[in-house]
Design a protein around this ligand. Structure first.
Ligand code: IPE
Ligand code: IPE
Ligand code: MG
Length: 257
């Protein structure tokens, strides 16, 4: 079910799974002569906008890159500020998630996060577990290589226990052992702030995704800017290795609503 789709967006061609590299918070703040943390604070508002638009417009899964394994290298004060903002976000977001039928989940290494964040994550995930319109996956302390290594460890344990024959390991086996196998394939990766790189984001899930970059800095990402990214996605011709557009993909993403 889609509501109030912006002009030029085709409801039949909405991406089932959108994944966003939310970049440019620091530059946004710097441009205003402010501390970086203010950019992150405004970035949380853009998270709300993009989440609610996605749910309303028929996206089934939205994965947001909120903190990478590499981001632990940032100055302790910035990391601490980001964790505080994450806890604040989780304290205030429940009504919006409930109103929009959004279920929250996490990929990455939540065990590395401070207990106050983990406790809030558990609370919001429990409260939203029954919501079925869209899943919001927050990538926290997420690294694609770490995720694939984790899948290898889980598969290897089964081989060591004698319950899995190495000859039976297929791409589907690997996919089934990722952090959240239900996430499926990514249809569209959006990166803000004009950068053209993946930065360790979803290397397994996004091999056939369309990549859309926008110069918009993440805190400026509003409904119109997000709709423009999705229009760009809909202009692409996806072939999945075949010769015709729209060829059937064996790479399954969540079906659009
Ligand atoms: C993205 O904005 C937020 C995180 C990576 C947590 P940045 O903080 O990377 O902003 P820039 O790239 O320095 O502008
Ligand atoms: C990627 O952005 C990580 C997140 C958006 C959470 P970065 O700003 O950390 O990436 P690089 O350093 O520009 O590659
Ligand atoms: Mg950045």
């Amino acid at each position: 079910m889609t509501a109030d789709l912006p002009h030029g967006l085709d409801p039949a061609r909405m991406p089932g799974h959108v994944a966003v590299i939310m970049d440019g918070n620091g530059r946004w703040a710097k441009g205003k002569g402010w501390e970086r943390i203010n950019g992150h604070k405004r970035g949380a508002e853009a998270v709300r906008t993009v989440t609610t638009c996605s749910a309303r417009w028929g996206v089934r899964r939205l994965t947001l890159y909120a903190f990478s394994t590499e981001n632990w290298q940032r100055p302790a004060l910035e990391v601490e500020g980001l964790m505080r903002l994450l806890a604040d976000y989780l304290d205030h977001e429940l009504p919006t998630l409930m109103d929009n039928g959004v279920r929250l989940t996490v990929i990455g290494q939540p065990e590395r996060l401070p207990e106050r964040v983990r406790e809030r994550l558990r609370r919001v995930m429990d409260a939203t577990a029954g919501n079925a319109r869209m899943t919001l996956a927050l990538a926290l302390s997420y690294g694609g290589r770490e995720e694939i290594a984790g899948a290898c460890r889980r598969i290897a344990a089964q081989v060591a226990a004698g319950s899995l024959d190495p000859a039976a390991i297929t791409p589907e086996t690997v996919a089934a052992h990722l952090d959240d196998p239900a996430g499926g394939e990514v249809d569209c990766v959006i990166r803000t702030a004009g950068e053209h790189r993946l930065s360790n984001f979803l290397p397994w899930q996004a091999i056939y995704a369309e990549y859309v970059t926008t110069p918009v800095l993440w805190p400026d990402m509003d409904e119109a800017a997000y709709a423009a990214c999705l229009r760009e996605f809909q202009r692409r011709e996806r072939r999945f290795g075949g010769v015709e557009a729209g060829g059937t993909s064996r790479f399954r993403s969540p079906s659009p609503a």
